[in-house]
Design a protein around this ligand. Structure first.
Ligand SMILES: [Zn+2]
Length: 371
């Protein structure tokens, strides 16, 4: 099953070697950009350690242990991720009635369509109750596994108290436990946590690998695959998200917005923003902002590095927009930084209309020569 993970053969070799020699560290940190296979690799590694098949290339993916891991129902597998306060009991039961459905939807999405963005209704972080649950479970005898497997996704989203509580477990994990942290920002982790993990580096994926996946397994045309691989910028997750038609619609929406901005057309903007009244449009909003960032950077590539343009199918349109507003290139980095910050703030009950309005003002203000 490891062969399903694209573009990380160096990492897979290291892990397979460790499996062959039976030299497994107690804790690992898988770090690298988002959407390049850190979680899947961690899951397969835990599966391989517990796989009951006789084949050499474990995990098999079909034995009863593997299937339980793939369905997230293995009693010795604990998955911890940034979430709202689910109020998890030491046994791992979600006690918050209000969030139980959201939690179940999150897990379902993670299993079935992991590339899709899932936005919780309130602020997320790795909660101390989850770490206490880990602490409790890690000291129990495994139910059926050889190794108990703990995956802590986006480990940097622990606050300092939680990180300190976790550190205690990390200091002396039992021999039959495998803890894997994943992170796109390992520098935000406590140095004491970093120093206790074996670090495994994941790289952004080369364009051709993403292109190949899109053509062979998602049946895209060559031109489309090339375009999506560029937009995805090294992330398979982003590329797959693009294959979902909603994201392509968002690309059009972002283009429409950038046209409205460059025309400084307040009336058309109000009409545009009014379609984002409901809080439910958050995922869509995140997609639009991501595309807006790409369209904006394309406007600068037009003059300085045309080979880097992502939206290859629209260079003529980009040219027109640029000529209308050549000042845009002086502000591109500011604008992109602003939108990246905005993206990070899209949690909980934000008002998409307000977010769009602030972006609109930021752009038109900049283009009019303001700040
Ligand atoms: Zn198996």
């Amino acid at each position: 099953m490891f062969s399903r993970i694209r573009g990380q053969s160096r990492v897979i070799n290291i892990l397979q070697k460790a499996l062959q020699l039976d030299k497994i560290a107690n804790s690992y940190l898988f770090h690298g950009p988002d959407g390049v296979g850190k979680f899947t690799t961690a899951l397969y590694f835990g599966m391989a350690l517990n796989c009951q098949s006789e084949i050499d290339t474990k995990p098999c993916g079909i034995c009863s242990s593997c299937r339980k891991f793939l369905n997230f129902t293995h009693p010795d597998f604990v998955f911890i991720f940034p979430s709202p306060n689910l109020d998890v009991s030491p046994e791992g039961e979600v006690k918050s009635d209000k969030l139980l459905n959201e939690y179940q939807d999150y897990i379902k999405n993670k299993i079935e369509t992991p590339w899709k963005e899932f936005i919780f209704s309130s602020k997320v972080e790795i909660r101390i109750s989850s770490i206490r649950m880990l602490e409790h479970k890690i000291n129990l005898t495994p139910n059926e596994a050889k190794y108990k497997v703990y995956i802590v996704e986006d480990a940097e989203s622990m606050n300092i108290n939680t990180a300190n509580a976790f550190l205690k477990t990390l200091e002396e994990p039992p021999q039959d436990a495998l803890i894997i942290l994943t992170s796109a920002n390992p520098n935000s982790l406590l140095p004491t946590i970093l120093s206790r993990c074996q670090k495994i580096t994941f790289q952004a994926l080369p364009r051709d690998i993403i292109e190949k996946e899109l053509i062979e397994n998602r049946f895209l045309e060559n031109i489309e695959a090339k375009l999506y691989a560029r937009i995805a910028n090294g992330s398979m997750e982003k590329a797959l998200r693009l294959v979902d038609s909603s994201s392509i619609e968002s690309r059009e929406n972002a283009l429409e917005l950038i046209k409205i901005i460059l025309d400084h057309d307040d009336l058309r903007f109000i009409e545009y923003a009014s379609e984002f009244r409901s809080v439910k449009s958050q995922t869509k909003l995140a997609e639009i902002i991501s595309h807006l960032i790409i369209w904006t950077s394309d406007l600068t590539y037009l003059k300085i590095a045309p080979t880097e343009i992502v939206n290859l199918d629209n260079t003529e349109m980009l040219e027109k927009m640029y000529l209308k507003n050549p000042a845009v290139e002086n502000y591109v980095y500011d604008l992109i930084e602003y939108m990246e910050k905005t993206l990070k703030l899209l949690v909980g009950n934000i008002n998409p209309q307000l977010v769009l309005t602030s972006i609109y003002h930021k752009y038109t203000g900049k283009l009019a020569g303001g700040t």
